[in-house]
Design a protein around this ligand. Structure first.
Ligand code: R5P
Length: 282
């Protein structure tokens, strides 16, 4: 097996190569004068793992081109972050089902795909090939323990993320809960843990994605108001749209951590282990 990646997943791809003794294939990326993307890949051999997060339109095009450049080999695709997955329904007439569109395009010429913490694993049905969902929750639990966190309260920002919080907390036998939103007026919402009390606790809010950080900034402010000692945040995919990282820190969130599914300065845990395990298992 060889590993090759888009520009968006270079570090994760080299970790995968290093951890498994696979060769990392060199790729040169450039653009034509009109702005179109171009790439030239080295020899991929008979079996290749293509790694590329879908973070934006350029990343999608680059991934499509890279998969095409690998045609002729048996291709396994790792999608560390599958952007466009949250538009997973036609919420109203005339809308695209974006998750289906992206999954369809990325199935072409590929044998199987591994996706890390996709927002709703039901979208995997849109791939035309075997598609496997991987969760980074155990790695986040292990990482938090290594930071010296002692008996934190692990909180999901909503009921939908409660299973994720339970999986993070379960690694160390920590308490977990989810936040419940109460609308006080048309402008004001209150949020508090559904069953447990945040007073005097170190709280870590965990989620699959931090996008604008709006949910977490509000939650952190309210948790401090309820007497929390420390509020930190750990997610899988650090999208950090519109200055979200600074927004969170300036809102009092002490630490913000994410994985290398999107390569950031605060990517402190890796998806390489779960992708390697997934490939070995399937
Ligand atoms: C939503 O269901 C997701 O799990 C995240 O909670 C959401 O995408 C976070 O968005 P934001 O950071 O913009 O509040």
């Amino acid at each position: 097996m060889k590993v090759i990646s888009t520009e968006y997943s270079q570090i994760l791809a080299s970790r995968l190569a290093g951890a498994n003794g696979w060769d990392l294939v060199d790729v040169r990326f450039s653009r034509f004068p009109d702005g179109e993307q171009y790439l030239k890949a080295g020899q991929v051999g008979n079996e290749v793992l293509v790694v590329g997060s879908v973070t934006d339109s350029d990343a999608i095009i680059q991934l499509i081109l890279l998969i095409d450049a690998c045609q002729g080999a048996d291709i396994t695709l790792a999608l560390p972050y599958m952007g466009y997955a949250r538009q997973d329904k036609q919420f109203s007439a005339g809308e695209p089902l974006s998750a289906r569109a992206i999954a369809g395009i990325l199935s072409r010429g590929v044998s199987k795909v591994f996706v890390v913490n996709v927002h709703d694993p039901a979208v995997l049905r849109f791939f035309d090939i075997p598609a496997h969902s991987l969760s980074l929750a155990p790695e986040i639990g292990t990482f938090l323990k290594e930071t010296g966190c002692k008996e934190p309260l692990i909180l999901a920002p909503d009921a939908g993320a409660a299973r994720f919080a339970s999986a993070v907390a379960g690694v160390n036998g920590w308490d977990f809960d989810h936040l419940e939103k109460t609308r006080l007026s048309s402008e004001e919402v209150s949020m508090a843990p559904k069953n447990l009390c945040a007073e005097g606790r170190d709280v870590v809010i965990v989620d699959d994605i931090i996008s604008t950080g709006g949910t977490l900034a509000t939650a952190s402010r309210l948790l401090y108001g309820q007497g929390a000692r420390n509020v930190s945040a750990a997610c899988v995919h650090g999208v950090f749209a519109g200055g979200a990282y600074s927004h969170l820190i300036s809102s009092g969130v002490r630490q913000v951590y994410c994985s290398d599914t999107i390569e950031r300065g605060c990517s402190l845990y890796s998806a390489a282990g779960i992708i390697s395990d997934g490939i070995t298992r399937c």
